[in-house]
Design a protein around this ligand. Sequence first.
Ligand SMILES: [Zn+2]
Length: 422
Amino acid sequence: MRSLLVLVLTLPLAAQQYSLVLKGGRVIDPRNNIDGIRDVAIANGKIAAVAENIPANAGRKVIDMKGLVVTPGLVDIHVHVFHTTGVKDAWAGDNSVSPDAFSFRTGVTTMADAGSSGWRNFETFRHTVIDRARTRVFAFINITGLGMLTNIPEQAVEDMKPEEVARLAKKHKDVVVGVKSAHFEGPTWTSVERALEAGRQADIPIMVDFGWFVKERPYWQLVTQKLRPGDMSTHFFRGPVPIADKSGKVYDYLKQARAKGVKFDVGHGGGSFVWRNAVPAIAGGFYPDSISTDLHTGSMNGYMFDMPTTMSKMLALGMPLVDVIRASTWNPAQQIKHPEVGHLSVGAVADIAAWRVLEGEFGYGDPEAGRVVGKQRLQCEMTFKDGAILYDWNVRAGKDWKTLPEGYGVRPVESIIPPPSK
Ligand SMILES: [Zn+2]
């Protein structure tokens, strides 16, 4: 009798053990080899269950995900979000965007700023952007003192200080994920070598934007000889990168670099992606390890646009959807050594994106306005971070407004003061 009473008392609680249940979507979670119709339950901001049938009454809120693809929240490891430099004509300041303004509406829950700040201004970046964004923001620190403030500091060899970068990386271990070498125009390896030295001292990877391609330091040498396992070459589909020979065959040196553990990142940007290079790479099965945007005001208003567009481009070239999701979630999470994100394992943070896969004819451009037509387009439908709904394109979490309480939207209701009746 007594145990029955306990059972009756605990039932209502147990019945709603989850804050949210997402029902009936096609869950693609490459980390856990899941691709199938699943329900996802969330409790306390974490993934509580992923199963074929989670009863609707187990959630305080239930959202119908039928027809949608449900994935981990995207991890975009090449963005520019240091919009608070306060310096006139600063590249980083004028071209960076505010993370929350661009993340959730495109399914992105984690971003890594790629070297907008250097060791002299990283802490300003941290305090004014990283700590104030709802998006999970990590950073690669630029090997130069002032980062990408303008193109000039990135040439300042005397200001590339591995010890300073490593010191900051250790101090800000929670947000610093690597070292960036970028836009270096000189004929030497100095920028890359100093970044490598900082990476060694702080035990973090480096990401290289090879900048100007000069004969004294060819790209093949960067990826086969200089980069260590886990280091990243971004702007992989940039024009000067030699990807395939005249017959369209992917060069062997790329396969050697990959076998060694070097990672190839898209970093699309405003001028670092040409079909001429992307097409033979994907056709040859040489997929990028990570898909990223190189988000800034130029690329987002140009033919890059956002993560879903960049991912859709890979789909248009024949990269399978599951591989596209892997390269936008679990792969980049591992590359920045943050394996707590990028998947939907039970106990992981509930960072989730839901997608419509639109079918039709869609044009995709490279920065030279080269055009490719694809048959699919990814459209972000919902984004959750730490279990909270932060983007809901079709208001799936809502109800008909007529069913809401009288005077809704006003607290207290007495503050609605009607005009005199006559
Ligand atoms: Zn960049």
